[in-house]
Each structure stands twice: as structure tokens, then as C-alpha cells.
Design a protein around this ligand. Structure first.
Ligand code: MN
Length: 413
């Protein structure tokens, strides 16, 4: 991504913001585990990253929109020789400027954060926006929540607001650069899966299959968007099973749900393979139903169509197909065998925020019908990543590893 991408994102956000105000976004801080000090892995706040391109801990972005215009400030830790000796390079003002497109004069050290915030609040701005993303009462307070509380105490007239919905709305529509990142992540995901099929064998643990895949993602220089799911046999009916600690058996299916991540953009792909290399007739029958359902759902992913229509297409198709497969006698029983939605938005988060209820060009979404037959020890999910365009939906994953003959051929090697 170029710095221009992030500069544009900040401008779009300021344009969308009604009235005046201060926006404060925090990059985050790695959780401290027992005694490991600064060694925990850090994952940057994606809203902060979307506006800066910076993935360093403990950085604040301040956007001030006043009647006279907008100002942008970035607050970073002052480089410290002692910390550098232990933890490596620290973010410099020059580097931060290159990444984000913020002028280096506007990149200052952390000790000035409160002073600058106070300057805007004492000069008439009252609306203060943070990106709040709390999901649980139990999670400890975030830095954004703590800072918001301090501001409320010192400036009682301040109005604390949430900027997350506005940023979500921007993130829902991808630029061509973002789409290329997701496309590349998808390509590497598929290539690594092909290598897995050539090496993994029945009798190996699910985590060994996963390891073959993950090795090839790493060999391509990418990371993982989320925990790899490798669920064989009856484990596959649990949607987010990721223990991956059972032995795979010839005759069972293996459901994988995984995604390489490129520049923080994640692919999200599911495939289902016969552990022993050949589908049984029953597995083939059910696999084909899910693959057809994917076609039905994808066909709805066109501008102007309501997003719920794609899932409805799967349910409607299953009402007939599952009868033929002797699974149901009653339409309402579809949900016994299919119990999730067909799609979510994809981007900097694997479950990207999205506020759209109607498809629009530039959305990138998953298409992932599944079929889970616990009594037969069969779980099948097939998942591709789809770009909504002005016309035909563009499938970024396509037919790769969806064709039964192709899969059996690869596994016969
Ligand atoms: Mn998914």
C-alpha cells in the first residue's frame, strides 16, 4: 500500500464526519502474559491501521476537524537506546511519515498527547471520537476507554462518541489495491492447500495436515489470518473446531477453513477433502449439493440485491436438495443441517465490519454454504471470496479445488 491510500482514507473519514470534533485512534498494546514482558505477539487495531498503515504498538492518531480545516497528528514513543538493544528498531518520525503520509513535522512524541488534546478541547471542540469495540463486560478497560474517562473528567462539556461505525462504512468498500492483497492471499492459500494434499496422509493427526498447509503459506512469506481449522469426520459439524488433535481416518472427510494473510488482508477459504483420496458415493452426493448451493448464493451477489438474498438462495435450494438426499421431510428441518449464514465481509479483519444490507460494487465477501450431517459423521463447507462488481460477481478463488476429479487426482500423487 502506498502512503496515498492511508492519506485518502483519513480524508474520506474527515469528509464523512459531520460538524467539528477530535478523533483519537490507538494502535494498541500487546497483552502482558505472566512474566514475558514485551514478548507477546502484537496485533494492531485495524481501524487505526486503515488510517495510518502503521502496525507499531502504542501510537495515537489525532485528527482534529475545526471550522478552519483539519489537522493530523501522530504520537509515537521516543526512541530509546536501551529498548532498541533488547527489542530492535523503534518507529522513527521519518519512517512513520513514509508509511502514513503524515508530514514528519506533525509526528511528535507521546508526552505531548494530552497537551494537544487539551488544546483542541479548550478551543471549542466538544465532540471526541474514539474507536470503541468492546464485546464483553469482563474484558479489561482499553486505552481508548481509559482516555475517554480522563477527558470526561477534565472536560465535562466533552461529548464522547464512537467513530467505529463511520470507519466500518468506509472499510466495507475495497479499493483496487486492497482487492489485490486479498487476491494474493487467496492464491497462496490455494497453492498451499494443493501442497498439503500431495503430502498429508490418512492416519496423520489433523494438526499434521494443517502443518503441511501452514508450512507452505510461511514458505511464501505470508502469515495466517486466523487459526486453521482442520476437522475430520464428525468434528466438522462443529463450526469453529480448531483443536485439530484427532487422527484422520481413511473414509472420512476433512473440512479445512483457513486463510493466508497478506499485508493484514486475509483470505478465507474452506474446502472439504476425502482423507483417503477418494470420495464415497454419499460424500460425492452431499459435496455436489454444497457446491451447487455456492453457485446459487454467488449469483445473488450483485449490486442492488439485498445481502440476505444470498443466504435465502441456499436455504431455498436445500429445501429441495436435502429432500432428495433423504435428510429432511419438512422444509423447516433445513436448519438442522445448515446453521450459519452464507456470507460475511472480508478485509483487514477476517470477519470485516460491514454496514451494508444491499450489495455494492467493491464489497469483498465470502460465499460459504455448508452441510453438517452429524448422524453420518459428515461436515462439508466450501468457501470462496467474492468481489461484488458492477455486473457479474468476480470469484477471487474460483473453481480451484472444487472439482472432485481434480481433488482425487491431486491426492493420488
Ligand atoms: Mn468465513
Amino acid at each position: 500500500m502506498t502512503a496515498e491510500f492511508y492519506t485518502n482514507n483519513r480524508q474520506k473519514l474527515l469528509d464523512k464526519l459531520e460538524g467539528t470534533g477530535v478523533i483519537l485512534l490507538y494502535s494498541g498494546k500487546a497483552p502482558v502474559k505472566s512474566n514475558d514482558q514485551d514478548m507477546s505477539p502484537f496485533s494492531v487495531n485495524r481501524n487505526f491501521y486503515y488510517l495510518t498503515g502503521i502496525d507499531t504498538q502504542n501510537v495515537w492518531l489525532l485528527l482534529a476537524k475545526t471550522k478552519k480545516g483539519a489537522r493530523t497528528w501522530l504520537f509515537i514513543d521516543e526512541p530509546d537506546e536501551e529498548i532498541i538493544k533488547w527489542n530492535g528498531k523503534m518507529l522513527t518520525r521519518e519512517r512513520a511519515s513514509e508509511r502514513s503520509g503524515i508530514k514528519s513535522d506533525n509526528i511528535i512524541y507521546m508526552q505531548d498527547l494530552e497537551r494537544y488534546t487539551a488544546m483542541y478541547l479548550s478551543n471549542g471542540l466538544t465532540d471526541v471520537y474514539f474507536s470503541f469495540d468492546r464485546r464483553s463486560m469482563l474484558a479489561p478497560p482499553t486505552r481508548a476507554e481509559e482516555f475517554a474517562r480522563t477527558i470526561r473528567e477534565k472536560f465535562p462539556m466533552a461529548q464522547i462518541k464512537n467513530i467505529a461505525p463511520l470507519i466500518s462504512s468506509l472499510r466495507a468498500i475495497k479499493t483496487p489495491e486492497e482487492i489485490e492483497c486479498i487476491r494474493k492471499a487467496g492464491d497462496v492459500t490455494i497453492e498451499a492447500l494443493k501442497r498439503m494434499l500431495e503430502t498429508a496422509r490418512p492416519g496423520e493427526y489433523e494438526y499434521q495436515w494443517a502443518a503441511d498447509y501452514e508450512y507452505h503459506v510461511a514458505r511464501n512469506g505470508l502469515r495466517h489470518g486466523f487459526e486453521t481449522i482442520a476437522a475430520s469426520g464428525g468434528n466438522a459439524v462443529m463450526l469453529h473446531y480448531s483443536d485439530n488433535d484427532c487422527v484422520t481416518k481413511d473414509g472420512d472427510l476433512l473440512l479445512v477453513d483457513l486463510g493466508a494473510e497478506y499485508r493484514y488482508y486475509s483470505a478465507d477459504v474452506s474446502r472439504t477433502f476425502p482423507v483417503g483420496g477418494r470420495f464415497t458415493d454419499r460424500q460425492r452426493e452431499l459435496f455436489t449439493i454444497v457446491r451447487d448451493a455456492m453457485d446459487m448464493a454467488r449469483d445473488k451477489m450483485r449490486p442492488g440485491i439485498e445481502t440476505k438474498e444470498s443466504n435465502q438462495a441456499v436455504v431455498d435450494f436445500y429445501k429441495k436438495a436435502l429432500r432428495t438426499a433423504k435428510l429432511i421431510n419438512d422444509d423447516s428441518d433445513v436448519r438442522k443441517y445448515y446453521y450459519h449464514g452464507v456470507s460475511h465481509s472480508l478485509g483487514l479483519d477476517t470477519h470485516d465490519p460491514c454496514d451494508r444490507t444491499v450489495y455494492e460494487p467493491g464489497m469483498v465477501i465470502t460465499c460459504e454454504p455448508g452441510l453438517y450431517v452429524a448422524e453420518e459423521g459428515i461436515g462439508i463447507r466450501l468457501e470462496n471470496d467474492i468481489l461484488v462488481t458492477g455486473g457479474e460477481p468476480e470469484d477471487l478463488i474460483g473453481n480451484r479445488l472444487l472439482d472432485i476429479a481434480e481433488i482425487e487426482q491431486l491426492m493420488a500423487k
